[in-house]
Write a protein that binds this ligand. Structure first.
Ligand SMILES: Nc1ncnc2c1ncn2[C@@H]1O[C@H](COP(=O)(O)OP(=O)(O)OP(=O)(O)O)[C@@H](O)[C@H]1O
Ligand code: SF4
Ligand SMILES: [Mg+2]
Length: 334
């Protein structure tokens, strides 16, 4: 995926935390690319490393050891001085967090906060920055933006606050937007509005977007490419149509099986994936999904031994690799 339109290219990204109980490899050898105007969906259960990945791209990990390559618009970000990274955050890349209240300051008005953000990055005067803040609020569909710019974060509803976050993220016109579970706390109607808003702005500005979610329904709506994570690693990558029509990895299939179907008559109970995610402190020697993998139910001893002792590499056809010793391609078990 190294076309001229590739804005972000991440290779062999590894993030390790030193903890009192030992070292935690939260992200292990991850690679992906995002093109301008397109959305990469990153999906996986809680604890699979989605947020750690996005913070690593933004260069926001302090107490962690980060290795690998993060190329943004042809420029290597790993190893850059904090000052340089700070300049790029906002102008080149921005992030929307799951909980807007944690990233908006309660004491300042939203207008002041967006204006300050703009001033820091563009050195604009106070008046121009304030005008840009009102413009940014209008762009994300906040009614009466001039008046609302004088309100504080708690005076907004959850959905409107998320719009304020988007306004702040986009006020400096970044090329890359990372949205970490931007709609999880919202009800379905508001969720749809926020996703539509991001899609509209993406089209207008040819934004590259990374949409992080545990909801495959959201991925199906917005993503062009999908990366499925499990235990800090990529287990499958594909374009969205291929991933939904022909998932190759048993974990992806299990995720898809747990989705409610449109043609469901409502009688079928939802199937959750049984078992829990792997420990990152003492990862299993073989495939991290083995204890939960339906392929191993009643499997021959030889197959089980291979899965439990040999870690599968991310491999397979170009554009659709899977980390599994026995992936399913075109409906056929290899
Ligand atoms: N500062 C830290 N120190 C130690 N471990 C950490 C730290 N930050 C994250 N982790 C661990 O890294 C793993 C991945 O965390 P991460 O927040 O990326 O998960 P996630 O996929 O975003 O999950 P969720 O869907 O719940 O947001 C978790 O096991 C978490 O405990
Ligand atoms: S490698 Fe084995 S245990 Fe792991 S997902 Fe594939 S079949 Fe299942
Ligand atoms: Mg997270």
């Amino acid at each position: 995926m190294n076309t001229p339109d590739t804005l972000l290219r991440v290779q062999d990204l590894t993030v390790t935390f030193a903890t009192p109980r030992g070292s935690v490899r939260a992200v292990d050898g991850l690679g992906f690319a995002v093109r301008r105007g397109e959305t990469l969906g990153i999906v996986g259960e809680s604890g699979s490393g989605k947020s750690v990945t996005s913070l690593a791209v933004m260069g926001l990990h302090t107490g962690a050891s980060v290795s690998g390559s993060v190329m943004l618009d042809g420029r290597e970000l790993t190893g850059l001085a904090e000052r340089e990274l700070n300049r790029l955050r906002g102008r080149k890349m921005a992030m929307i967090f799951q909980d807007p209240l944690s990233s908006l300051h309660p004491y300042y008005t939203v207008g002041e906060q967006i204006a300050e953000h703009h001033r820091v990055h563009y050195g604009s005067g106070r008046r121009a920055a304030r005008a840009r803040a009102v413009e940014a609020l209008a762009e994300v569909g906040i009614p009466e933006p001039r008046r609302r710019a004088r309100d504080h974060p708690h005076q907004f509803s959850g959905g409107m606050r998320q719009r304020v976050m988007i306004a702040m993220a986009l006020a400096c016109e970044p090329d890359l937007l990372i949205a970490d579970e931007p709609t999880t706390a919202l009800d379905v109607t508001v969720q749809a509005q926020i996703l539509e808003l991001i899609a509209r702005i993406q089209e207008e500005r040819q934004l590259a977007v990374i949409m992080i979610t545990h909801d495959l329904g959201v991925v199906a709506r917005v993503a062009h490419e999908v990366l499925v994570m499990y235990g800090g690693r990529a287990v499958e990558q594909a374009d969205v149509d291929t991933l939904f029509a022909a998932p190759a990895h048993p974990y992806t299939r299990a995720l898809l099986d747990s989705l409610p179907r449109l043609d469901d008559d409502g009688d079928e109970p939802l199937r959750a994936i049984t078992g829990s995610p792997p420990s990152l402190l003492t990862p299993p020697p073989g495939c991290a999904f083995a204890p939960r993998c339906s392929q191993l139910t009643g499997a021959a001893a030889e197959k089980r031994t291979r899965c439990e002792s040999e870690r599968p590499a991310l491999d397979g056809p170009a554009g659709h690799p899977a980390a599994c010793h026995f992936p399913t391609y075109e409906g056929v078990n290899s």
